[in-house]
Write a protein that binds this ligand. Structure first.
Ligand SMILES: O=C(O)CCC(=O)C(=O)O
Ligand SMILES: [Fe+2]
Length: 254
């Protein structure tokens, strides 16, 4: 997990999202979590894409919400592609390792999450706030986490197995490495286990953008990474769309 400076400040957007999250308008609702996906047209990926086909449902108010979110997604996509070029170079490849059939048509997910503060959970007589996000790894290549500046809630498990905080640094994103990058890099990059525990009294908002491979990419360790890790393939082949569908259908069952 690493921290990167963003292209610009999105404070205004977070304020706007605070407003949106207080009313019941959703794309795909599960307790304060709203998400949209890069749209998959009918038949685009055959049986592989069937579960994910359809359009995002945008709220009509505020009227510029959709345009703002689409602009945000475009900026995050450009930034992520640039970061992936840097990572490709760092792995010893060409800057374009993650273009073409790998991530030239990168799938993406945008998730807007609201975590109630401790005071909101008091009436349930819970000693601590367990309305959060359980330990998991992200599925794709990279995640850009845009979190409230004044609440430390995101935790990461380090190599010694301890949970450590990833405190917000104003003006930056936390960047998670996802499962597909772990496979491509043959384990040189770890998809970091993380979770969210909001122990503050304040409602926390996070906007997480997930930069993925192509939906139908068949992901396996890159030769350049195998050479650096003793030629042994640590992971088998995984089709990103299958991995996503299996996570989505088991993680978000209502
Ligand atoms: O709320 C956060 O800081 C992270 C959320 C997260 O890990 C996720 O949505 O995958
Ligand atoms: Fe995550």
């Amino acid at each position: 997990m690493a921290v990167f400076a963003p292209l610009s400040s999105f404070l205004f957007l977070l304020q706007l999202l605070g407003l949106i999250l207080s009313v019941n308008v959703v794309f795909f609702l599960s307790f304060g979590r709203q998400q949209c996906y890069k749209e998959i047209q009918e038949g685009m990926y055959g049986a592989l894409g069937k579960t994910m086909e359809g359009c995002n449902q945008w709220p009509l108010n505020p009227p510029n919400f959709r345009a703002l979110m689409e602009e945000y997604v475009n900026l995050c996509t450009d930034l992520s592609r640039k970061i992936m070029r840097g990572i490709a170079l760092a792995l010893g490849g060409s800057p374009f390792e993650f273009e073409g059939v790998r991530a030239g048509d990168a799938f993406w997910v945008l998730r807007i999450i609201g975590y109630p503060g401790l005071s909101g959970a008091k009436d349930q007589k819970k000693p601590e706030n367990n309305i959060g996000c359980g330990a998991h790894t992200d599925y794709g290549l990279l995640t850009l986490v845009n979190q409230d500046d004044d609440i430390t809630a995101l935790e990461v498990r380090n190599m010694s197995g301890e949970w450590i905080s990833a405190p917000p640094i104003p003006g930056t994103f936390v960047c998670n490495i996802g499962d597909m990058l772990k496979i491509y890099s043959n384990g040189l990059y770890e998809s970091t286990l993380h979770r969210v525990v909001n122990s503050s009294p304040k409602y926390r908002v996070c906007v997480a953008y997930f930069y993925e491979t192509n939906f139908d990419a068949a992901v396996e360790p890159l030769d350049i990474c195998k050479q650096r890790t003793g030629e042994t393939k640590q992971f088998g082949r995984a089709v990103y769309g299958e991995h996503l569908v299996s996570k989505v259908t088991t993680n978000f069952v209502m």
